[in-house]
Design a protein around this ligand. Structure first.
Ligand code: SAM
Ligand code: SF4
Ligand code: SF4
Length: 349
């Protein structure tokens, strides 16, 4: 794998870099605030598994806002500069703006959110007022029938477009729009999506369908390589490559040659980027997970609730990160696809 020589852009004079076994610093924290969702995207929470009898986490097992904030302070002390609230669907968590406000008060911390956008029209302003800095909205197709069937709950596209418009009005533009591409499902609608966001100021990114979790029945032949997506768009609307904004950026960026904005591809399957992966995840139940494809996490909730000090937490997190050697996407094979692992909705996408 390509190991970055150093991360000068990440250095903070007051925080000695905490590096894993491949020299990668701990810089980003994705926090799942709930394992529940109002969508049942088949690539994430297929309804056969996440049906009426599925046992979601009971309330007492979910971290409180105070617990999340305390842990985030500890992570910030270890070098984390950016948190992303996710889930499940984070906007389902009651009073999410209050959490944003608590986290935004931590020095030098950027608070961002990934959402399916269905509840955003009503929440965008409150989230922005609370200090949310940036937002990513998932939208897999503009074709209403395709979108309704992909979320498998009959939610219309317009609801998400209204959410994006509300985010823009609230000052959260440019919005990042994420679209997962599945061969034979929404690939025929990619160009429409690209055309819609071209010139809008928002940045659309196409994500390769990944083998996260064990429930979505992932197959390699359903992955549309990012390279192919770029070729298809470029054939209709010419693209030129752009440099990454910062080291560790997951999306490959392309600009429309006519100057009307940019589009990206996230090629986690065909061109993995583990060498620059600086992300840790905190599940809604308070487990620390160091890779999207991990089979388990380390329980921090128990430690929070048994009276551990911040120094104890620092010690435990340092121990986990310094031993980290995850690089799943670089060693993916037919054999690894069947290994047990956590579900995306549990660990926070
Ligand atoms: N519910 C929110 C949403 O959909 O934006 C946040 C959580 S969701 C798990 C985060 C992101 O993961 C979404 O953009 C979703 O499309 C993506 N995702 C989920 N399952 C995926 C898969 N199997 N492959 C690629 N991306 C996936
Ligand atoms: Fe819900 Fe997001 Fe997963 Fe879709 S991708 S089921 S919206 S958590
Ligand atoms: Fe990071 Fe794991 Fe994804 Fe590699 S496979 S980029 S280590 S989350």
């Amino acid at each position: 794998m390509t190991i970055p020589m150093h991360h000068a852009d990440l250095e903070r004079p007051d925080v000695p870099a905490l590096l894993d076994r491949f020299g990668r610093p701990l810089r980003d924290l994705r926090i799942s605030v709930t394992d529940r969702c109002n969508f049942r995207c088949r690539y994430c929470m297929p309804r056969e598994v996440f049906g009426p009898s599925f046992q979601f986490l009971p309330r007492e097992e979910i971290l409180t806002f105070e617990e999340i904030t305390r842990l985030t302070r500890v992570f910030a002390g270890l070098g984390v500069r950016k948190v992303r609230l996710t889930g499940g669907e984070p906007t389902l968590r009651a009073d999410l703006p209050a959490l944003v406000r608590m986290l935004a008060a931590i020095d030098d911390l950027e608070v961002t959110l990934t959402t399916n956008g269905s509840l955003l029209a009503h929440q965008a302003q409150a989230l922005a007022d609370a200090g949310l800095r940036r937002i990513t909205v998932s939208l897999d197709s503009l074709d209403d029938a395709v979108f309704r069937s992909m979320n498998d709950m009959d939610f219309p596209v317009q609801l998400v477009l209204d959410g994006i418009a509300a985010a823009e009005r609230a000052g959260l533009a440019p919005v990042k729009v994420n679209a997962v591409v599945r061969r034979g499902v929404n690939e025929h609608t990619l160009l429409d999506l690209a055309r819609h966001f071209k010139g809008s100021g928002h940045v659309l990114r196409f994500i390769e369908y990944m083998d996260v979790g064990n429930t979505n029945g992932w197959r390699m032949d359903e992955v549309v390589p990012g390279r192919e997506v770029v070729e298809r768009i470029s054939a209709a609307m010419p693209l030129v490559p752009l440099e990454a904004n910062y080291r560790g950026e997951v999306a490959q960026r392309w600009a429309y040659a006519d100057g009307s904005g940019e589009v990206g591809v996230i090629t986690s399957v065909t061109e993995p980027f583990c060498g620059d992966c600086t992300r840790a995840r905190l599940t809604a139940a308070g487990e620390l997970v160091t890779c999207l494809f991990a089979s388990h996490g380390l329980d921090l909730r128990g430690r929070l609730r048994d009276g551990s000090s911040d120094a104890d937490l620092v010690h435990v997190i340092r121990g986990v990160w310094s031993q980290r050697d995850d690089r799943y996407s670089e060693i993916r094979s037919a054999a690894t696809a069947t290994l047990p692992r956590l579900e995306m909705s549990h660990l926070g996408g």
